[in-house]
Design a protein around this ligand. Structure first.
Ligand code: WQD
Length: 337
C-alpha cells in the first residue's frame, strides 16, 4: 500500500488519480483542515476504484501510527502541511509546529514499521531569493519565509534519516507553480476564502465571483513588467509523483527534483490565456508589488527528465482550459451548488 498524506488536497487528489491508474493500491489520510472528503469520493468515481480514507491529524501520533499498523505500507507520499506563504510569516510557530511536528510523527512511525521510502512534497520556495535562472537542484537552499523554511528543514531531516538508515530512499519534489485541473472537470483547486494564488483568483473573476484581478506590480525587469513564473499542469505534477515513487522504490539515498516546465509566463500572459480559455473578459488593475515576490522564477527540469524519465507536457492554454472547466462546472468548489 502507498500511504498518501494530505490526499484530499489539490495536488494530493490529482496524484491519487494517477497513482490508482498506475496500478498502485493507496490508503488516503487527511485532517480535512483545508480540503473536503468530496474530493476523494470523486477520485474513486474517476478511477472506478475505491480505497480506504481515514480522517487523521498527523499531529496525533497515536492515530497516525494506527494507520501504519492497519496496512502494509510500502512507501509514503507526504503532501500534508500548511502552505500559505503570507500566513506563515504572520504565524511562524503554527507552521513550525504543524509542518515539522507532523513530519516527525510520520518519520517515527515509518521507523517503527520499517517503512523506508518517501516522496516529499517540497517547493521551489526553498530556493528563496536566488536570482540566477533557471533554478537548478544543486543551487543553495535559502528560504525567505517560515513556510519555505519548513520545507527546507524537512528536506534536511530526510537527508539525515537516509544517511542513518540503510535502504532509506527519499525523493524531494520541488514544485514550481501548480495550476490546472483534471480534464474531467470533476476535481480541481478549491481554495478556502480569498485565493492567494494568481490562477484560482483569475478563475473566480472569470466566473463572476470577484470583480477584478489586481496585478501585483508592472514595474519588474521583465518584458511586460509583470512577474514571471513557471506554471505547471497539476496532471503533469501528478505524473511526476508516480515516476518519483517508481524511482524511490528502487533506490536508496535522497535526491531533489524540480517539477516545472522550464518555461516562464508573465501575469499578463496568464490573464490573456485565461480569456482565451474562458471566452470571458478578465478585468484587472495594476496595484503595488507584493512584498517578497521575486521578479522571475522558473525551473531547469532536466534532472527529473534524465533520472525519472519525466517531462511536463501541458502548455499554459491547456492549464487555463482545464481550470476553466473545473471552475465553471463547480462554481462553489466541492460545496454543493
Ligand atoms: C504568481 C504571480 C504574483 C496573485 C506561491 C508560493 C509558493 C507555491 C506556489 C506552495 C506572482 C502575481 C498573484 C494576484 C498577482 N506555493 N499575482 N495577483 O507567489 O509564485 O508562489 O504559490 O508551495 O510557495 O509562494 O504564486 O500565484 O501567488 O503568484 O499579480 O492576485 O502572480 O505577484 O508574480 P507564487 P502566486
Amino acid at each position: 500500500m502507498i500511504l498518501v498524506t494530505g490526499a484530499a488536497g489539490y495536488i494530493g487528489s490529482h496524484t491519487c488519480v494517477s497513482l490508482v491508474q498506475a496500478g498502485y493500491d493507496i490508503v488516503a489520510i487527511d485532517n480535512f483542515a483545508n480540503s473536503k472528503p468530496e474530493s476523494l469520493r470523486r477520485v474513486a468515481e474517476l478511477t472506478g476504484k475505491s480505497f480506504p480514507v481515514h480522517a487523521v491529524d498527523m499531529l496525533d501520533a497515536e492515530a497516525l501510527d494506527q494507520v501504519f499498523g492497519a496496512y502494509d505500507v510500502r512507501a509514503v507520499i507526504h503532501f500534508a502541511g500548511l502552505k500559505a506563504v503570507g500566513e506563515s510569516v504572520a504565524q511562524p510557530l503554527r507552521y513550525y509546529r504543524n509542518n515539522l511536528g507532523s513530519t516527525l510523527n510520520l518519520l517515527e512511525s515509518m521507523e517503527r514499521h520499517d517503512v523506508k521510502k518517501i516522496v516529499f512534497s517540497s517547493s521551489a520556495t526553498v530556493y528563496g531569493a536566488a536570482n540566477e535562472m533557471p533554478l537548478k537542484e544543486d543551487m543553495a537552499v535559502a528560504p525567505v519565509n517560515p513556510y519555505g523554511q519548513t520545507k527546507a528543514m524537512i528536506e534536511q531531516m530526510l537527508r539525515d534519516v537516509a544517511s542513518a538508515v540503510d535502504g532509506f530512499g527519499a525523493a524531494l519534489l520541488r514544485y514550481f507553480n501548480p495550476v490546472g485541473a483534471h480534464p474531467s472537470g470533476r476535481i480541481g483547486e478549491d481554495p478556502q476564502g480569498v485565493p492567494n494564488n494568481l490562477v484560482p483568483y483569475v478563475a473566480q473573476v472569470a466566473v463572476g465571483k470577484r470583480p477584478e484581478v489586481v496585478v501585483f506590480g508592472d514595474d519588474y525587469p521583465t518584458p511586460d513588467g509583470t512577474g514571471i513564473r513557471d506554471y505547471i499542469h497539476v496532471m503533469d505534477l501528478a505524473d511526476g509523483h508516480v515516476r518519483a515513487l517508481d524511482w524511490v522504490l528502487d533506490h536508496a539515498g535522497t535526491e531533489a527534483f524540480n517539477l516545472g516546465t522550464g518555461r516562464g509566463s508573465s501575469v499578463l500572459e496568464v490573464i490573456r490565456a485565461f480569456e482565451r480559455a474562458s471566452g470571458r473578459t478578465i478585468p484587472y488593475r495594476v496595484g503595488p508589488r507584493r512584498p517578497g515576490d521575486a521578479p522571475v522564477s522558473y525551473a531547469d527540469p532536466s534532472k527529473a527528465e534524465r533520472v525519472l524519465g519525466w517531462k511536463a507536457t501541458q502548455d499554459l492554454d491547456a492549464m487555463c482550459r482545464d481550470t476553466w472547466r473545473w471552475q465553471s462546472q463547480n462554481p462553489n468548489g466541492y460545496d454543493p451548488a
